[in-house]
Design a protein around this ligand. Structure first.
Ligand code: ADP
Ligand code: MG
Length: 380
C-alpha cells in the first residue's frame, strides 16, 4: 500500500471519518554544492521519492491534534497558548506555527496523522520534510496563500530558533520548491532558484553508509571560522564573492589550512554552476565528472569525508554504468550520492551493497530515486 493510502487509513482509525486533504513534503539529496550554502554560494539539491505525508482535517477551534503513525504517539497543542517544552517531534510543528503567527497569518486548528518514509537522521532531511508538510497543512486548513520561498524560511526558522538546530536554507527550499524531474540550482544568498531538468537515461542513487556524524558540530564551526578567515583576507563578506582567478593569484599568501578550505568552497561554486549548465544540456557524463571532483575536494581540501564515505564512493565508481559519485551532506558519515545509467542501476545497487558489506561488515541502505515535486496537496 502506498503511504498516501496508509496515512488516510491511519487517520480513519485514529480520528474516525475522512480527512479533508492529504499533503506531502519530500526529503532531499544534494547532487553538488557542498559546504557552499553558508558561504553564500550555490547548491543543487533535488527532492526525492521519500516524503512526509499528513492526512489532515479542519477543526473549528484553535487546537492542533496530531498522531505520529511512525512513533505511534499522539501530541496536541493550542494555537493561542503554546511554548517550547522538550525535544520532541511536535516542536517542529509548533515552531512552524510560531513562524506563521509571526507573519500575522491567522491559523485555524486541525487534526492530522503523520506518516513518513524519509529515514530519520540519515542526512536526507526528514526534518525539513516535516516542517514543510506542517506549513502546507496550516496553509490548507487556514486558507492562506502558499509562498514557497517564505514557507521554506518559516521551516528554517522553526529549526534554528525553535528546535535549536543550526541549519542552512537548502533543505527547506528544495522540500518546498522542488519540481518533478528537476534538480534545483539555488543561490543561497539571494534565494533565487532555477529548475534544471535531470538528464535522460540516468538515475540518482543514494547510498547510506550507516555511519553517523560524530564530532560534526565542532568541525562545522571550525570550517565556518576558516571560511571567515579567508573572507577577511580577501576583504569580502562571503567566499561566494571571491573569483577563482583572484583566489589562485593570491592563494599562496594564505596559511595552508585556510587555503585548502577556501579552495574547496570557491571551486565547488564553479563546479555547481557548471553542473547546472551541463545538466540542462543533457550531458550526464560531465555531470558525473563534476560530482567526482566535488568528492575529491571535500575529502582532501575541506576534509569532511570519512573512511566509510570514501569506501562507498570508490566502490560505486568501480561499477559499470556509474558516471560519478560523491559524499553528500555535511559529511563525517551519512550518505553518498551516485549518478548511474538507468539500465545499469539494478546491478549497480546489488554490487555496491555486496562489496560495501564485504569491506566494512556493515549493511548499507541504497535508495534509487527520481526527482519529485515539493510540498503540495495531493489530488484526491
Ligand atoms: P534529518 O537529517 O533526517 O533531518 P534531523 O535530526 O534533523 O534528521 O531530524 C529528525 C527529527 O525530525 C526526528 O528526531 C523527529 O523529531 C523529526 N521527524 C522526522 N521524521 C519524522 C516522522 N516520520 N514522524 C515524526 N517526527 C519525525
Ligand atoms: Mg534535519
Amino acid at each position: 500500500m502506498t503511504l498516501e493510502k496508509k496515512v488516510v487509513e491511519e487517520f480513519r482509525k485514529y480520528f474516525g471519518g475522512e480527512p479533508d486533504e492529504v499533503v506531502r513534503a519530500p526529503g532531499r539529496v544534494n547532487l553538488i554544492g557542498e559546504h557552499t550554502d553558508y558561504n553564500g554560494g550555490f547548491v543543487m539539491p533535488m527532492a526525492i521519492n521519500r516524503a512526509m505525508f499528513m492526512a489532515i482535517r479542519y477543526r473549528s477551534d484553535k487546537e492542533v491534534h496530531l498522531l505520529s503513525a511512525d512513533f505511534h504517539q499522539p501530541a496536541r497543542f493550542r494555537l493561542d497558548d503554546f511554548k517550547y517544552l522538550k525535544p520532541h517531534w511536535v516542536e517542529y510543528i509548533k515552531g512552524v506555527a510560531n513562524g506563521l503567527q509571526k507573519r500575522k497569518l491567522p491559523l485555524q486548528g486541525w487534526e492530522g496523522v503523520m506518516l513518513g518514509d524519509v529515514p530519520r537522521g540519515s542526512g536526507l532531511s526528514s526534518s525539513a520534510a516535516l516542517e514543510l508538510a506542517a506549513a502546507k497543512a496550516f496553509s490548507e486548513v487556514s486558507n492562506f496563500p502558499w509562498d514557497p520561498v517564505d514557507m521554506a524560511v518559516v521551516g528554517q526558522e522553526a529549526e534554528n530558533d525553535w528546535v535549536g538546530v543550526n541549519c542552512g536554507i537548502m533543505d527547506q527550499m528544495i522540500s518546498s520548491c522542488g519540481q518533478a524531474g528537476h534538480a534545483y540550482l539555488l543561490d543561497c544568498r539571494s534565494l533565487e532558484g532555477r529548475h534544471v531538468p535531470l538528464p535522460d537515461g540516468v538515475k540518482v542513487v543514494i547510498l547510506d553508509t550507516g555511519t553517523r556524524r560524530g564530532l560534526v558540530d565542532s568541525a562545522y564551526n571550525e570550517r565556518r571560522q576558516q571560511c571567515e578567515e579567508a573572507c577577511e583576507f580577501f576583504g569580502v563578506a562571503l567566499l561566494r564573492d571571491v573569483r577563482p582567478e583572484t583566489f589562485f593569484a593570491k592563494a599562496d599568501q594564505l596559511p595552508e589550512l585556510t587555503r585548502k578550505r577556501a579552495r574547496h568552497v570557491i571551486t565547488e561554486d564553479q563546479r555547481t554552476l557548471e553542473a547546472a549548465e551541463v545538466m540542462a544540456a543533457g550531458n550526464a557524463e560531465r555531470l558525473g565528472e563534476l560530482m567526482d571532483q566535488s568528492h575529491v575536494s571535500l575529502r582532501d581540501d575541506f576534509e569532511v569525508s570519512n573512511d566509510a564515505l570514501n569506501e562507498m564512493v570508490e566502490i560505486s565508481r568501480a561499477q559499470p554504468g556509474c558516471l560519478g559519485a560523491r559524499m553528500t551532506g555535511a559529511g563525517f558519515g551519512g550518505c553518498a550520492v551516485a549518478l548511474v545509467q538507468s539500465d545499469a542501476v539494478d546491478v549497480f545497487a546489488e554490487n555496491v551493497m555486496a562489496n560495501y558489506n564485504r569491506e566494512t561488515k556493515t549493511e548499507p541502505a541504497v535508495y534509487v530515486t527520481e526527482a519529485t515535486q515539493g510540498a503540495c496537496r495531493l489530488e484526491k
